[in-house]
Design a protein around this ligand. Sequence first.
Ligand code: CP
Length: 332
Amino acid sequence: MTTPNPQLDAQGNLKHFLTIEGLSREFLSEILDKAEGFLAVAQQAVKKVPLCRGKVVANLFFENSTRTRTTFELAAKRLSADVLNLNISTSATAKGETLLDTLRNLEAMHVDMFVVRHASSGTAHFMAAHADPHVCIVNAGDGRHAHPTQAMLDMFTIRRHKPDFTRLRVAIVGDILHSRVARSQILALKTLGVPDVRVIAPRTLLPTRVEEAFGVTAHHDLREGVRDADVVIMLRIQRERMNSALLPSEHEYFQLFGLTEARLSTAQPEAIVMHPGPINRGVEMDSQVADGPRSVILEQVSNGIAVRMAVMSMCLGNQNLNSQGQGELFHG
Ligand code: CP
């Protein structure tokens, strides 16, 4: 017997967005297609559509964020939702209030969607399991586990440059061990049909049995790993998640795994370079590459708004479907 996917309702519609796991290629493509339609909103004089008017979205970020929090906020505002940004350091969490009590109190204020980032893996799933039936939970990054909207904005950015996933060679370089982004990216790439996904890292920064567990090939030499790659994704070294010294020094890491123009020369001439941010310049990559012609790093940030609009409007649209027995989201 298969376990039901906790992010889908009984009709198979998106209710929460917690992980890429268990979502089909068609489902991921639908998110990408919807996001395509939302790109134009940024070009309008009034950057808003009324799709989620009257809905309330609460951003709960228990870990630091620049890109994810602000693009979720902008996405919600562009959908005409009202947005609450809870400042965790000045909230009652700092006085010992539990996550569930925070959830219950904000539900009492009729919040429709929680966007949650937390250092503990599984937090978004936990909230989804305990939220009121009409409430949507979106995972904005939980521990090492998942960062599904980051993966989808990365897939969106790749597709705009390289439309056929089934012909791509994608190299993911860096701290795979601690990276929720890498886990979600690998799942999304494999689901969308990418035949060649490689991870490149020192042995200490790769999960055990990574090739069998993730269906990727592992490399420990950067030039070899990026050879003929169409897409090179660099990851941040996550010092905050390292319990012990897994790296000799950042300087030494850069000497072996930092992306420079010279090391990128084995990739395809039209290869794109990505990074989810924040970048540690001179650790993961050289500024010449980060700011160079093959970098699409800032495009990733812009695309994040459209992709998050797609995910939020799908979840909140299905919320209407479930609570009112009709699919009418588009009023106004
Ligand atoms: N990519 C990403 O999650 O960035 P932030 O930590 O700034 O949100």
